[in-house]
Design a protein around this ligand. Structure first.
Ligand code: ZN
Length: 326
């Protein structure tokens, strides 16, 4: 897909040119290839927090030459989904594209969001950056994308209100598949169609890179239960045996799961119980989900938090009764 490649590079070059003009460095400077850009005289913003006189240039744009020297190949699954990878078989590529396109269709069917991105969201293209394995991911991902490597992949939303923003996710191959491909992709869809603003906009208590969201953290409740739970729900739908096995234990009340955060983070609570919470809300309390999303889609997070507080413990008993039906 030559045209798309051309558009991508043109957009990137434009971004660099705008950046240089903004920084007052344009005079006599030839903005050609990214590797020739010198950022040493630009006052860079820290993560997503852009203060007066600072310029937002995410790590993956600053490091584009290094990233491209490792992730050498590109493949377009569709106009809006690009794979940039180190080493993938034809089968990997075909399987990944099929999975992403199916997930995208399922998401739009669930939420009726096809062609209806949020206001001020320019993340029309998503690029998946896929390392050949866990070792390469750990070796490169922090240098390339300024993210921790102690994870199974991450979605990097950037600043979606910028017209030349690029939405990226980082992942790696494990057991012949792109690990967590679906989960991370749902974060992209949720960010573009459900959750207004950049990663720092909804209430949470994560201050890691590449966003480095401002301190202090917002007061709870956060939106973590929804984001992580939805990632698992849309990725697996009814097919999540690990979560369904846990359901019998009734470890948490629904009202507790709404308060998931970084401090109480564990795999079961965040992903499996998050999945159960979101699945319950989607299947049994859809009207309430729509009430909540009305505020979340407008970025009215104080009202979102008020909604969660009004719900309180009112659904706890029904949630536990529903767990018995799984
Ligand atoms: Zn996630």
């Amino acid at each position: 897909m030559q045209l798309n490649t051309f558009k991508w590079h043109t957009a990137m070059k434009l971004k660099l040119l705008v950046t240089l003009l903004t920084a007052g460095l344009a005079a006599g400077c030839q903005a050609t290839a990214p590797k020739q850009v010198d950022y040493s005289n630009v006052k860079l913003a820290t993560g997503n927090i852009v203060k007066e006189g600072e310029v937002y240039i995410p790590a993956w744009v600053r490091n584009e030459a290094q990233v491209n020297s490792v992730l050498k190949s590109n493949h377009y699954c569709a106009d809006n989904i690009v794979l940039r990878f180190q080493s993938m078989t034809e089968q990997n590529i075909a399987d990944s594209c099929k999975l992403l396109l199916e997930t995208q269709a399922r998401f739009h069917k669930l939420f009726n969001t096809e062609g209806k991105p949020l206001l001020h969201d320019n993340n029309d293209v998503l690029r998946a950056n896929i390392y050949a394995g866990r070792d390469d991911y750990v070796k490169y991902v922090t240098d390339h994308f300024d993210v921790p490597s102690n994870n199974g992949g991450m979605y990097l939303e950037g600043l979606p209100h910028l017209e030349d923003n690029s939405a990226e996710y980082v992942a790696y191959l494990r057991n012949g598949q792109v690990w967590n491909l679906n989960h991370e992709f749902v974060h992209y869809l949720d960010g573009r169609f459900n959750t207004y603003g950049d990663y720092c906009a909804p209430p949470h208590d994560n201050h890691y890179g590449p966003e480095y969201c401002p301190e202090p953290a917002a007061e709870p409740p956060y939106l973590i239960w929804w984001g992580e739970g939805l990632g698992e729900y849309v990725a697996h739908m009814e097919n999540n045996p690990a979560a369904i096995k846990l359901a019998k234990e009734k470890t948490y009340q629904l009202s507790e799961l709404f308060y998931n955060n970084s401090a109480n983070w564990d795999t079961n609570r965040i992903y499996r119980w998050g999945y159960l919470a979101v699945r319950y809300m989607m299947e049994r309390q859809r009207d309430k989900v729509e009430d909540m999303l009305f505020h979340v889609r407008r970025g009215d997070y104080p009202r979102y938090q008020k909604v969660i507080k009004i719900w309180g413990t009112s659904m706890d008993a029904d949630f536990h009764a529903w767990l018995d039906t799984l």
